[in-house]
Ligand binder design. Structure first.
Ligand SMILES: Cc1cc2nc3c(=O)[nH]c(=O)nc-3n(C[C@H](O)[C@H](O)[C@H](O)COP(=O)(O)OP(=O)(O)OC[C@H]3O[C@@H](n4cnc5c(N)ncnc54)[C@H](O)[C@@H]3O)c2cc1C
Length: 393
């Protein structure tokens, strides 16, 4: 067991910190207000090699693992970007690059990975549907073979980045539910280029993270070539688990980073703000203890999250990865919400002013209890698969 970062990991952390300081809270406050993508930030992370961080060198990346990707994400979040840094990388690196590296054909790799590495190709993932959120196996979007092509019909919801991505990972049903021998059979993964005239995309006005738009998507008779399928057909559920496990770890890294950012800003404020006499408010234990408690829990969750990433990078069994990733997610999100809640309390009424940024981080952190997997569904997983208790649904 070695808890030290490697030289390469330290370099990635320090580069992420540098970028985050250049694109700090004021930059994202404005982007959030304007509902605008952070183009300048995207250019900076692409030039720094973060868009190619997990992509093998032969496809133009730096060949690192998910552990290094999480380090970059957490440091970007913690040093000024909040959710924005990890979010952009999740859409393109996890949904796009990781899925293709793990399960794409050589043709998919040649087509997409070099452009993802340079930041020219952004990605999104179309998994969630109006009737298939927590219950992914309820996916209704159909992919039917017509000659040499696939006909895709259906609707998706909350597809982040679909309004500007050049590539999309689609989860669709290639076998009707009632024909599948097992409920985990019958889903397949497809790749398509965007924009496409037969893919309708409508952004959904939302609570936060408005520097990226999450969209309703309709496939209106979308025809894809045979090669758009990530083989083998019908076993896409097992393949998407790699992407979903890493998405979970990435949002955990984001939650920890946002919490560290909010705590650090609150600690600065708490040292200066005096309300009664000479004692700064930070010395009041009513404020200090919950922040300290949240901080300690975040450190524990961080260790478990890096364990999950290390298991993934070492090719461990998906179950072992899922165990660590879900447990880290539950603890990280509960403690990150607590951390940002108490950071707001430290600011008192001033927390409500947009210029102090904490209200934005509060909106951002609340996403992570709802997506990519709700806290309840992560607890269901732990209860059933880790503890061995019966399933309720
Ligand atoms: C801003 C945003 C961005 C998103 N981006 C993407 C994206 O890019 N791509 C994508 O595919 N999806 C995306 N999603 C979708 C997200 O993954 C889903 O919203 C999430 O999985 C929850 O599904 P749902 O909203 O349908 O909730 P539901 O499944 O309807 O759940 C509703 C509530 O019931 C609870 N519940 C349901 N079943 C159980 C049970 N068995 N036991 C206990 N409680 C239960 C849940 O925990 C939840 O609290 C995004 C969502 C948001 C909000």
């Amino acid at each position: 067991m070695d808890f030290d970062l490697t030289e390469q990991q330290k370099m990635i952390a320090s580069l992420a910190k540098e970028i985050a300081q250049a694109f700090g809270p004021a930059y994202w406050r404005q982007k959030e207000e304007d509902g605008e993508f952070g183009d300048e930030f995207w250019k900076a992370v692409s030039e720094a090699g973060f868009t190619g961080i997990i992509i093998p060198e032969e496809y133009g990346g730096s060949g690192n693992g998910v552990t290094e990707l999480l380090i970059a994400m957490e440091e970007l979040a913690a040093n000024g970007c909040g959710m924005a840094g990890p979010w952009y990388l999740i859409l393109t690196e996890v949904f796009g690059a990781l899925s293709i590296i793990k399960h794409g054909t050589e043709e998919h790799k040649q087509k997409y990975l070099p452009r993802i590495a340079t930041g020219e190709c952004e990605f999104c993932m179309a998994l969630t549907e109006p009737d298939a959120g927590s219950n992914t196996l309820n996916t209704n979007t159909m992919a039917k073979k017509q000659g040499d092509e696939w006909l895709i019909e259906g609707s998706k919801v909350f597809i982040s980045g679909a309004d500007r991505a050049q590539g999309m990972l689609i989860v669709a049903r290639t076998m009707p539910k009632d024909k599948a021998a097992k409920k985990t059979l019958g889903l397949s993964l497809f790749l398509t280029d965007l924009p496409h005239e037969l893919v309708e995309v409508r952004p959904i006005p939302k609570h936060g993270i408005n520097y990226s738009h999450s969209c309703e998507v309709s496939f209106n008779g979308l025809m894809l070539p045979e090669t758009a399928l990530m083989p083998p057909q019908d076993t896409g559920w097992h393949h998407i688990l790699d992407t979903l496990n890493c998405e979970r770890m990435a949002f955990t890294a984001a939650a920890i980073g946002i919490a560290r950012l909010a705590i650090s800003k609150a600690a600065d404020y708490s040292r200066q703000r005096k309300v009664f006499g000479d004692a700064p408010i930070g010395s009041y234990q009513g404020l200090q203890f919950p922040v300290a408690e949240a901080y300690a829990a975040l450190e524990c969750a961080e260790l478990l999250n890096y364990k999950a990433a290390t298991l993934f990078d070492n090719g461990a069994d998906a179950r072992a990865i899922g165990h660590a990733a879900n447990m880290a997610k539950v603890v990280a999100v509960d403690s990150a919400i607590k951390a940002v809640y108490w950071a707001m309390q430290v600011f008192g009424g001033h927390a409500y002013a947009k210029e102090n940024d904490v209200e934005r981080w509060w909106r951002e952190i609340n996403l992570v209890r709802l997506a990519p997997v709700t806290q309840q569904m992560a607890l269901n997983y732990i209860g059933e698969h880790v503890v061995g208790m019966p399933r309720s649904y």
